[in-house]
Design a protein around this ligand. Structure first.
Ligand SMILES: N[C@@H](CCC(=O)N[C@@H](CS)C(=O)NCC(=O)O)C(=O)O
Length: 201
């Protein structure tokens, strides 16, 4: 199988974390691309008409996307058990929350990196950050029971989302006022799968 990837993408990181956790490294070859929303790499477009990464090309040539589909596929293929059936909806909900944090965080980066300065909207960037802070506050205060207990992919996806905040939005100091979430994250980031997939440019 071939994973079309870029080392900066948090959605790609989810898949790479799954590959590690599911002990599939020998079976998945990384194919690095440089692609943006304004300049899509042809290999990405060929695999995913939406022009987004990650995409996984299976051994029969079929491409599957997006990160949620790929992660479920690899979990199923390997029997890793990171989507346990007795907690499935909670795990998927936590993964959806993590993906939402990533989406807003990536859109904030696009606004400053891809748009000409005169077209940028500070209000729109603030609105994205507000989605993220609401999510972080919910994680800090209400707690999501599935954050605890046996390792699952909701937990790992959240660790990828928080890692992306450190990577691109460090100045916004997400840990401030969120000691429980910070401690939770610190413990998880020690896993080899996360250490080996730290985002880079
Ligand atoms: N929902 C998708 C999101 C993927 C995504 O937005 N990837 C970004 C990179 S972080 C991308 O390819 N952006 C290019 C574009 O928007 O055209 C997933 O989970 O895989």
């Amino acid at each position: 199988m071939k994973l079309i990837f870029s080392p900066a993408s948090p959605f790609v990181r989810k898949v790479r974390v799954m590959v590690h956790e599911a002990a599939l490294s020998e079976r998945v070859e990384d194919v690095a691309v440089t692609t943006t929303a304004l300049a899509t790499d042809p290999a990405v477009r060929a695999a995913n008409p939406l022009g987004k990464i990650p995409a996984l090309i299976l051994d029969n040539g079929q491409a599957i996307f997006d990160s949620r589909v790929i992660c479920r596929y690899l979990d199923d293929l390997s029997g890793a058990g990171l989507y346990p059936s007795d907690r499935l909806w909670d795990v998927l909900t936590l993964e959806a929350l993590a993906d939402g944090i990533m989406e807003s965080a990536v859109l904030m980066v696009y606004e400053t990196r891809l748009r000409p300065e005169e077209q940028r909207s500070a209000q729109w960037v603030d609105a994205q950050w507000s989605k993220i802070t609401h999510a972080l506050d919910a994680l800090e205060t209400d707690g999501f029971p599935v954050m605890e207990g046996a390792l699952n992919f909701g937990q790992l996806a959240l660790a990828c989302a928080l890692g992306y905040l450190d990577f691109r939005h460090d100045a916004l100091a997400w840990r401030e006022g969120r000691p429980a979430l910070s401690d939770w994250n610190k413990e998880l980031q020690d896993r080899t799968s996360l250490k080996n997939t730290i985002p880079s440019n």
